[in-house]
Design a protein around this ligand. Structure first.
Ligand code: KG4
Ligand code: ZN
Length: 336
């Protein structure tokens, strides 16, 4: 039986790196198969600031990246010599943080004499949903982005709508902070919401009656802040459940509208908020044909970049001079 290091069906072994924000992620994949996924989280480092401190994030990435890469190779049971390519996120993200993974990836690929594949962070999130072949609608809901895309083919992406203000994950984090759940509090808020009554409190449904495909979440966050001021006795679990209901309804309705307006049949949900259990339940209840990433691949990680890098290699979508790819903090997905 061939081991993980030996070629199966010709797909190269790809090491993927993501240092776009505050997690140092390195993964290894061959074709669609993830062989390793190591994420060194900096959450504790930034928690006391209530948000990510960019300079600290860059320094920490630099400190740990070589070790995280070694652990990923060990987890996959391979060595550097087995790698057929190296992929790294080149944007969007914090520029200093991106530069660490991008430079490390380029140097590694150069030293090994294998191709280097610069990858768009959101393309990685999409690849993590696994096996979905275009055409499909993508709902990306993370801490930094909330947007709907029509993916006509790999590399042929059209943006249909986006949040006009806060991202969905950002709203989860801000409301979690109002409830004293720490940072980033999306997962903790969801856990608390599971024990609450989602009808207990009335909150405005954002963009109600709006027929477009944009989202808005900052008014909802303000509404929660006002509610907590006016009703200090409200049960935190009820506040969490009511808030989560409104966000999930907004995301499900937006995605359903995108499907009906484009006539596309399939939806892929990606980004950290894709880990939300209520979101998963409500898409299923709406009878939508939907693919989610496995929870371990929903939040930022390097394996998703290895998967996307492998897809790019397989379809020949490499920029003319990959080793000159620069970190792009605001890189758009359309045309990337
Ligand atoms: O994609 P991601 O790991 O990082 C970005 O690229 O932003 O997403 C992180 C976001 C955070 O805002 C976090 O609070 C949110 O995803 N998140 C969740 C859950 N798990 C993580 N939001 C709602 N429910 C969850 N279970
Ligand atoms: Zn992300």
């Amino acid at each position: 039986m061939p081991g993980p290091a030996e070629s199966k069906g010709g797909a190269p072994l790809v090491l993927g790196i993501d240092t776009s924000c505050d997690d140092t992620g390195v993964g290894v994949a061959r074709g669609p198969v993830v062989l390793a996924n190591v994420v060194e989280s900096q959450t504790a480092l930034h928690a006391r600031f209530g948000g990510v401190m960019p300079e600290l994030a860059s320094r920490e990435h630099l400190e740990v990246i070589a070790d995280v890469a070694q652990r990923a190779l060990a987890e996959a049971g391979v060595t550097l010599a087995d790698l057929g390519a190296v992929a790294a996120t080149r944007g969007p993200g914090l520029v200093g943080a991106l530069l660490v993974g991008l430079s490390y990836g380029k140097a590694l690929a150069w030293g090994l004499g294998v191709p280097f594949v610069p990858v768009h962070h959101l393309e990685g999130h999409l690849a993590a949903a696994g096996g979905a072949e275009p055409p499909f609608i993508a709902l990306l809901a993370s801490g930094g982005h909330t947007a709907l895309f029509a993916v006509h083919a790999w590399g042929q992406v059209e943006e249909l709508g986006r949040s006009r203000d806060d991202a969905a994950g950002e709203a989860f984090d801000k409301v979690a902070r109002l409830l004293g759940l720490g940072y980033p509090g999306g997962a903790a808020l969801a856990q608390l919401a599971a024990t609450g009554d989602d009808q207990a409190l009335s909150l405005p449904q954002p963009m109600q009656g709006h027929k477009g495909l944009d989202f808005s979440f900052s008014g909802l966050k303000t509404a929660v802040a006002l509610l907590l001021e006016r009703q200090p006795d409200a049960r935190p679990a009820d506040v969490a459940a009511s808030f989560e209901r409104v966000v999930v309804t907004s995301l499900v309705n937006g995605a359903a509208r995108a499907l009906s307006q484009t006539g596309m049949q399939r939806l892929v949900v990606a980004g950290g908020v894709a880990a939300n259990a209520r979101l998963r339940r409500e898409f299923a209840a709406a009878g939508i044909d939907v693919a989610f990433p496995p929870p371990a691949l929903a939040t930022d990680n390097g394996a998703m970049i290895a998967l996307a890098g492998g897809q790019r290699l397989a379809s020949g979508r490499l920029p003319p001079a990959p080793f000159t790819a620069d970190a792009e903090p605001y890189l758009p997905l359309v045309g990337a």
